[in-house]
Design a protein around this ligand. Structure first.
Ligand code: SF4
Ligand code: MG
Length: 315
């Protein structure tokens, strides 16, 4: 709400309105039905913002989402409501979004009830089904969130998302806060749900090992722009963009547990004032004069493989 922001700015005695951060800038991303797309990049690169836009939690300031081939803005209210339900977000800390005073059956059943996905009489069975799908004992449905472990709370968050019958889950660091053994269980649950329900995933993670393990396709973002995207094998074996190469070089190897070398020089610049031209130029070992003045376009370099680097023009 712009006027609310303005009033808050005035009340806080700030002279200028907040600067506009283009957390996501000219990103064109496509999720195909049934696939798992991994979204990687350093924190602050716009991954979460993009995920939230896809899940209709925040609107894009310009541009549009297309939903099953149709512009979001062209949908009827009813279609838009369904489209919003179709993409559900799974957060890193489900506890923060679970009402501590509500029992699990209310938490999981509320949206389904509001959106008329099941009748009042069916609700108890409906909630039990969602808990069962998420790997929680339906007998737990009368308990409160604090009575569960971290992994169980993650399952409650998943059951709540499943209750609105989504087609896509946007998982934003969804397993990052969990113990490694629990992470594996939740990841297995995601993959199992993909099989049984045909779900599509946007899997946002800083953990490249997890992304490599479960993605079909990987999108790399840097300061609000997509710099590379490719099928997972292609990206991990032949990263093209210098930033992707550096990210992968930072990835701990399972054999040694050590990073190969620290390839990314310097700090990630502020998204408030991104570098000119190619945003990566101050940190890129291959930066040349053109990189400072001209942003490289994301272009195909091989089948299904896109990269945004001027070096591909001279090759
Ligand atoms: Fe490096 Fe230039 Fe390529 Fe950007 S466009 S990644 S600065 S070589
Ligand atoms: Mg984030």
């Amino acid at each position: 709400k712009p006027d609310l922001v303005e009033r808050l700015v005035q009340r806080a005695g700030l002279a200028k309105p907040f600067p506009v951060v283009h957390a996501v800038d000219g990103v064109d991303i496509e999720l195909r039905s049934g696939e798992v797309v991994g979204l990687v990049g350093e924190s602050g690169c716009g991954k979460s913002t993009l995920g939230r836009m896809l899940a209709s939690i925040i609107p894009p300031t310009s541009g549009d989402l297309r939903y099953r081939g149709q512009a979001f803005s062209a949908l009827t209210d009813k279609q838009r409501r369904r489209a919003r339900l179709d993409t559900q977000m799974i957060f890193q800390n489900p506890y923060a979004s679970l009402n501590p005073r509500a029992r699990v059956n209310e938490i999981v059943g509320e949206a389904a009830k509001v959106h008329g996905l099941c009748s009042h009489a069916e609700l108890d069975d409906y909630v039990s089904d969602q808990l069962d799908r998420a790997g929680l004992d339906p007998a737990y449905r009368f308990r409160y969130p604090h009575q569960f472990s971290g992994g169980q709370r993650a399952r409650i968050g998943i059951a709540r998302a499943l209750a609105v019958q989504p087609r896509t889950l946007v998982c934003d660091e969804a397993v990052a806060a969990l113990d490694v053994s629990i992470q594996a269980q939740i990841i297995n649950l995601f993959m199992q749900l993909r099989e049984t329900l045909g779900l599509t995933y946007l899997f946002i993670s800083h953990d490249l090992g997890v992304v490599e393990h479960l993605s079909d396709r990987v999108v790399v973002m840097y300061l609000g722009r997509v710099v590379e995207q490719a099928d997972v094998e292609e990206l991990f074996s032949r990263p093209n963009h210098p930033y992707s190469q550096a990210l992968l070089a930072e990835m701990p190897r399972i054999s040694t547990g050590k990073k190969r070398f620290s390839a990314i020089r310097g700090e990630i610049p502020s998204p408030l004032d991104p570098p000119s031209g190619c945003h990566f130029h101050p940190r890129c070992p291959y930066a040349h004069e053109r990189c400072q003045r001209e942003a490289p376009a994301l272009k195909p370099i091989a089948s299904g493989h896109l990269s945004a680097c001027h070096l591909n023009d001279t090759a």
